[in-house]
Design a protein around this ligand. Structure first.
Ligand SMILES: O=C(O)C(=O)C[C@H](O)[C@H](O)COP(=O)(O)O
Length: 227
């Protein structure tokens, strides 16, 4: 029996669910200078965002992950995981989870073999259905704003109410609240809490403040709209 057939049922992904419920926002980070890794993680954790996604888009990303995992209170994942090699390297660096803008069978298989929780990306009903078939009921919705935003997520909720999403791509402090108000949104992802220029200028106090504001977005979730 092939792996796909053997797992052709909805398998809850408890670890990713747990991580997505720790805070309303997962910061998406691009770290270009290794010296920024620890103070950046400390600022975000101090602001109330403990789950961080370090994208594998820079030469120092893996080293950054291996330093940031030692920051008290931080849970570090690797983002932009595009292939099995990157998944293996992320795990080796100490990442607790992996995030991908999409989903390919090799990445899914590799993360399963590594026992590395994966937040795979989907942008259409067909992609969501493929991931459901692979047992995922929590996935990234990417690129959220470009792929239909709030209206698309609301529409997914009718035929696919069992699926929860972490929308990312085009979110901001201003629109994140509307996404978090949807019943099928577990959390959101975004780079707005750690803007590139602020990182370059090492404005950690301001980043902590942005994280704090983002954390507050979770306070309004009690009154969420149903789908
Ligand atoms: O790198 C990944 O794994 C991704 O899936 C993409 C990121 O989540 C978005 O690039 C964040 O988008 P912005 O908040 O608009 O900057």
């Amino acid at each position: 029996m092939t792996r796909a057939i053997a797992q052709n049922k909805t398998r809850p992904t408890p670890s990713m669910h747990m991580l997505c419920h720790q805070a309303p926002v997962i910061p998406v980070l691009v770290i270009k200078d290794l010296a920024h890794a620890v103070p950046l993680a400390e600022a975000l954790v101090a602001g109330g965002l403990p789950v961080l996604e370090v994208t594998l888009r820079s030469a120092v990303a893996l080293q950054a992950i291996s330093l940031m995992v030692r920051v008290p209170g931080a849970t570090i994942g690797a983002g932009t995981v595009l292939n099995p090699k990157q998944a293996r390297e992320a795990k080796q660096a100490g990442a607790t989870f992996a995030v991908s803008p999409g989903a390919t069978p090799p990445v899914i298989d590799c993360c399963e073999d590594l026992d590395l929780p994966l937040l795979p990306g989907a942008a259409s009903a067909t992609e969501v259905m493929h991931l459901l078939d692979r047992g995922f009921d929590l996935m990234k919705f990417f690129p959220a704003a470009a792929a239909g935003g709030l209206a698309a997520l609301r529409a997914f909720g009718a035929p696919l109410p069992q699926v929860h999403f972490c929308p990312a791509g085009g979110l901001s402090q201003e629109n994140a609240r509307d996404y978090l108000a949807l019943a099928n949104v577990a959390c959101v992802g975004g780079s707005w809490v750690a803007p590139a220029q602020m990182i370059i200028e090492e404005r950690w106090g301001e980043i902590r403040q942005l994280a704090h504001q983002a954390r507050q977005l979770g306070n309004h979730r009690a009154g969420r709209r149903s789908l």
